[in-house]
Design a protein around this ligand. Structure first.
Ligand SMILES: Nc1ncnc2c1ncn2[C@@H]1O[C@H](COP(=O)(O)OP(=O)(O)OP(=O)(O)O)[C@@H](O)[C@H]1O
Length: 787
C-alpha cells in the first residue's frame, strides 16, 4: 500500500456531485491501478459478428444500419389489452393454509394476486365424499394431484387430433357443464359430470372444464394447442407440444401477448416448457432473431439451443439469441461504451481486481479525509488511534460486500448521501471513479450500466425494443433487483415469459432477490401464472425429503408440494466428514461397495453421479477415482481442459524461464485474429523456420515478425504477429512486477475474446479461492500450480 501511495497520480475530478451534497474530493489513484493501461492502446479491437447482428447501432459513426426487425417483414398483431389479471382461483371445496400453517376457509380469492397469494400461499383440497365408481377419482383434480392431467393424456391427444363436427356439439355441452359448475359447489359439479350420459371424450372435456374451474383457468387456455394446430403448425412442433403434460402445454401455448410466469420445481420440465414456448413464438411468426432468451449459465443456454435445434432445426436455433444476463449486458455496454465514459475495449474487473480497487477507494477516503472523522465515528481505529498495516485489506471484504450489494440493488453514491451514509457514498463514489479512470467495469456494472443506457438514451431503448420482440427468462429466482429492472424495461411490450422457482434461489450472495416474483406480479398486471409441480427426474423419497426440508424456507412466495410418480427409491444417507479428502474417500468407497454388490440393480459405474459444489472439488475426485481405477466421465468440459483456461495457462507459462514451444504455439493460436486457415498457415510457417534453423518457436517468431516486409506474409499478418509478441512482453513485465496473481490473471483473461465471459469469471473465482493465494509470490505460484 505504501508503494501505491508513492506512485499516486492525479486524475480528472469527480463528476457526480449532486445538489445538496458536498462535492466529492478529488482523489489520486495509485499507479498500480493503471497497470493494465498499457494493454488498452495496443489491444486489438475485437469484431464480433453476432454482436453486429444484435446491436446494429453500436458504432457511433453516423451510419445507421437497418435493424433486423425492420427487415423481417413480420406483421405482428397489436398487443391485446387484457382487461384482467390471472383468473381468480375458484375455491369451492378448498381450504387454505396461511403462512402460520393455520387452516382457514377460503371464500373467493378473486383479488389481486400480489396481495392474496402472500396470505394464501398454499391450497389443499378438503376431503371429498367417496364417489360411486372408480373412475370418479380422476374427476377431483387438485393442486396436489396431477393424476388428472396424465390419466386423460391420451384422450386429450385424441381430441386434439379429431376436430370433427362433433367438436362444436361437445363444446356446447362443456360450456353448459362449466357454467353449471360455477353455480354449484364442487361435489354437485362432479356429480353433475358423472351423472351425465357422456362419451369418453366428452367426459374428458367435462373434466377439463372442472380442472379449469379449480385452477382458475379459462377453457380457451387449454384449447390453444388446437387453435395453433389449426394454423398450420409444423408437425415437429405439434408433436413436441403433444409430448408435454397438460400444464406444460398450457404454459407453452398460452397467449404470447400476456406476460407469463411459470413457477416450477426441479425436474418438472421447465426447459421442456420453455422450448415449447419458443416453438409457439416461432410458429406465430416471430423471427428467431427477435427472440431473446436469458439464462444464468452457458450450459443452460446451450442445452436450450440443442433442444430447439432438435425440433426447429439448427439454422433457426442458431438465430435465436440465448444469452446470460452478463453476456447480453456486456455486448450492450460495449456497443455504447462512449456513453458510459469508456472505450469499447473496456476491461472487466473480476473479484481480485474489484477488491484491489475497493482497497484503493477506502485508502483514498481516509487520505482525503485527514480529519479522521470516519475512524472515530465508525470505531475502526485501534486503541491508540493508529491504522495497522493490513488495515485497508482487512476492511476491503466488508466494503466489497457493500459495493456488491449497492450495485446489485442499483444504488448510487447519491442514494447513500440521501440516506445519511456519507462514508458509504464516498467509498462507492471513489470506487466508481477508479473504475472509470482505469476504463473498467465490474460484473454488476454491466447490468447497472445497461439499465442506465436504456433509461437515459432513447435511441438505445428503441434499438432494443426493435430488436427483442419476445423475451424468455430462465431461473427467474436468481435475478437481482437490477436484472429485474433491465427485464422490466426490455419487456415493455409484455411479451415476456419468466420461469423460476423461489425455492431454488441460490445466488442471494450475489444480489439475487426472490422478491422478483412479487415485482413481476405487480408490474405486469395482466400476467398469468402457471405452476408445474410434478417432478419427472427424482425418486419419490428424494422429492419428499427435499419438499420437507424446503418447507422451512422462510422466504417462499408460494408454498407448494411437489409430486413424483417415480418409484420410492432407496433412503438418503447423510454423512458428515472431517475434510474434503475424507469426504472423497467415503464417496469412492461407497461407489466401489455398491458396484461390487451384484444384488443391487445399480452395479454399473455408469449409474453413479457425483455432484460437487465447486470446480476445484472436482479435482480431488478426479485424482482419487483415477488412483482407485474407477472409470469416470466428466460432465461438460473439465475446468482445466477448457480452451480459455488452457490459453490463460499457456500465456502464463510463457513467463517462465524454461518455457518450451508448446505454450507459445497455443498463444499465437489464441491471439492471432485471423480465420482458422490463415492462422494455421502463419503458425505452420513459424514452425517451418523453427525446424530449418533449429531454434525455438519464439525466436523464429521474433525473426519473422520483426521484418518490415516479408515474401511470405502480408503486412497485416506481420503487424498482428508483432502485436502478439508485444502482448507476451507485457504479460511478462506484469508478472514480474505484480504481486497479485488475480491482477495478472484478470489482465490476461481480458485479452481473450470477450464471448468467454463466464469462463473468465471461473478463472477469477478459482483465483479468489484458496488455491491461489494473493500473498504468495506470483512466479512461484505459477511455477508450482501450472506445472
Ligand atoms: N411431460 C413430460 N413427460 C415425461 N417426461 C418429462 C416431461 N417433462 C419433462 N420430462 C422429463 O423430465 C426431465 C426433466 O425435464 P427438464 O430438463 O425440462 O426439467 P427442468 O425443470 O428444466 O429441470 P431442472 O430442474 O434441471 O431445471 C427430462 O428428462 C425430461 O425429459
Amino acid at each position: 500500500m505504501e508503494q501505491m501511495s508513492k506512485e499516486n497520480v492525479s486524475f480528472t475530478p469527480l463528476s457526480h456531485s449532486i445538489n445538496n451534497t458536498p462535492p466529492l474530493q478529488t482523489p489520486r489513484i495509485s499507479q498500480s491501478f493503471r497497470a493494465v493501461k498499457p494493454f488498452l492502446d495496443r489491444k486489438r479491437v475485437r469484431e464480433d459478428v453476432c454482436f453486429h447482428r444484435q446491436f446494429p447501432y453500436r458504432y457511433n459513426d453516423g451510419i445507421e444500419s437497418k435493424l433486423p426487425a425492420l427487415n423481417t417483414g413480420i406483421k405482428r398483431a397489436p398487443l391485446m389489452e387484457m382487461p384482467m389479471n390471472t383468473p381468480p382461483f375458484s375455491t369451492n371445496g378448498y381450504k387454505s393454509i396461511n403462512c402460520h400453517g393455520e387452516l382457514s376457509s377460503v371464500g373467493s380469492i378473486a383479488g389481486s394476486m400480489d396481495t392474496e397469494c402472500m396470505c394464501v400461499p398454499f391450497i389443499i383440497p378438503i376431503k371429498q365424499p367417496a364417489f360411486s365408481n372408480s373412475s370418479d377419482s380422476f374427476l377431483t383434480p387438485s393442486l396436489l394431484d396431477e393424476d388428472f392431467d396424465e390419466s386423460v393424456y391420451e384422450e386429450i391427444d385424441a381430441i386434439c387430433e379429431h376436430q370433427s363436427a362433433a367438436k362444436a356439439e361437445r363444446e356446447d355441452l362443456n360450456v353448459r357443464i362449466y357454467m353449471d359448475c360455477q353455480q354449484n359447489d364442487n361435489n354437485s359439479c362432479n356429480d353433475h359430470i358423472t351423472n351425465l350420459p357422456l362419451t369418453t371424450n366428452e367426459k374428458v372435456r367435462a373434466e377439463r372444464a372442472a380442472y379449469n374451474r379449480i385452477f382458475g383457468l379459462k377453457e380457451e387456455d387449454l384449447c390453444t394447442l388446437e387453435a395453433a394446430q389449426s394454423g398450420n403448425m409444423p408437425d415437429e412442433y405439434s408433436k413436441y407440444l403433444q409430448s408435454l403434460n397438460d400444464r406444460q402445454r398450457e404454459a407453452a401455448c398460452s397467449d404470447t401477448s400476456i406476460p407469463l410466469m411459470i413457477v416450477a420445481g426441479p425436474g418438472s420440465g421447465k426447459t421442456s416448457t420453455m422450448v415449447g414456448r419458443l416453438l409457439m413464438l416461432l410458429n406465430e411468426g416471430v423471427s428467431p432473431s427477435n427472440i431473446l432468451a436469458m439464462t444464468f449459465t452457458t450450459a443452460a443456454a446451450s442445452e436450450m439451443r440443442d433442444r430447439i435445434s432438435a425440433v426447429a432445426g439448427k439454422a433457426r436455433a442458431k438465430e435465436l439469441t440465448i444469452s446470460t444476463f452478463h453476456s447480453f449486458s456486456l455486448q450492450l455496454c460495449r456497443s455504447h461504451a462512449e456513453k458510459l465514459e469508456r472505450t469499447r475495449e473496456f476491461l472487466i474487473y473480476g473479484h481480485g481486481q474489484q477488491r484491489r480497487a475497493i482497497i484503493e477507494a477506502v485508502r483514498l477516503l481516509v487520505d482525503e479525509n485527514s480529519g479522521q472523522q470516519y475512524y472515530k465515528s465508525s470505531k475502526i481505529e485501534n486503541s491508540n488511534g493508529a491504522r495497522h498495516p493490513g488495515y485497508f485489506k482487512d476492511r476491503s471484504k466488508k466494503w466489497q460486500k457493500f459495493v456488491t450489494q449497492a450495485k446489485a440493488s442499483g444504488k448510487t453514491p447519491e442514494d447513500f448521501y440521501k440516506m445519511g451514509d456519507e462514508m458509504g457514498a464516498e467509498v462507492l463514489g471513489n470506487y466508481n471513479d477508479i473504475l472509470r479512470s482505469c476504463n473498467a467495469l465490474d460484473y454488476h456494472d454491466l447490468i447497472g450500466c445497461s439499465v442506465k443506457l436504456l433509461t437515459q438514451y432513447d435511441e438505445v431503448l428503441k434499438e432494443c425494443r426493435d430488436s427483442w420482440k419476445a423475451i424468455i427468462v430462465d431461473e427467474f429466482q436468481d435475478t437481482s433487483a437490477m436484472q429485474y429492472r433491465l427485464l422490466r424495461i426490455l419487456a415493455s411490450h409484455n411479451n415476456i415469459t419468466v420461469v423460476g422457482d423461489d425455492d431454488q434461489s441460490i445466488f442471494s450472495f450475489n444480489g439475487a432477490d426472490v422478491s422478483g416474483f412479487d415485482s413481476f406480479r405487480k408490474d405486469f398486471t395482466n400476467y398469468k401464472e402457471i405452476r408445474l409441480i410434478r417432478n419427472y427426474r427424482s425418486t419419490r423419497c428424494i422429492v419428499e425429503a427435499a419438499s420437507h426440508l424446503i418447507q422451512n424456507n422462510s422466504k417462499r412466495c408460494l408454498s407448494k408440494n411437489f409430486l413424483s410418480e417415480n418409484a420410492y427409491g432407496s433412503k438418503i444417507t447423510i454423512k458428515e466428514c472431517y475434510n474434503e479428502n475424507a469426504q472423497c474417500a467415503f464417496v469412492v468407497d461407497k461407489i466401489l461397495e455398491t458396484a461390487s454388490n451384484s444384488t443391487v440393480g445399480s452395479s454399473s459405474y455408469g449409474n453413479f453421479a457425483i455432484l460437487y459444489r465447486r470446480q476445484v472439488s472436482g479435482k480431488v475426485f478426479q485424482t482419487t477415482l483415477r488412483n482407485r481405477k474407477v472409470p469416470f466421465n466428466l460432465h461438460g468440459v473439465a475446468f482445466y481442459r477448457k480452451k480459455i483456461v488452457r490459453t490463460i495457462i499457456a500465456i502464463l507459462k510463457t513467463t517462465l524461464p524454461a518455457c518450451d514451444d508448446s505454450p507459445y504455439r497455443k498463444v499465437f493460436k489464441a491471439l492471432l485474429p485471423f480465420e482458422k486457415e490463415e492462422k494455421k498457415r502463419v503458425i505452420e510457417h513459424i514452425e517451418k523456420i523453427t525446424a530449418c534453423r533449429k531454434c525455438s518457436f519464439i525466436s523464429a517468431a521474433y525473426d519473422i515478425f520483426s521484418a518490415k516486409i516479408s515474401g511470405t506474409f502480408k503486412r497485416s499478418q506481420l503487424t498482428q504477429g508483432r502485436k502478439v509478441l508485444q502482448t507476451l512482453e507485457m504479460i511478462s513485465k506484469l508478472v514480474h512486477r505484480e504481486r497479485s496473481i488475480s491482477a495478472v490473471i484478470t489482465s490476461v483473461s481480458n485479452m481473450i475474446p470477450q464471448n468467454h465471459l463466464l469462463e473468465q469469471r471461473a478463472v477469477i473465482d478459482v483465483d479468489g479461492g484458496k488455491l491461489l493465494n494473493e500473498d504468495n509470490d506470483v512466479r512461484s505460484l505459477i511455477r508450482t500450480y501450472f506445472h
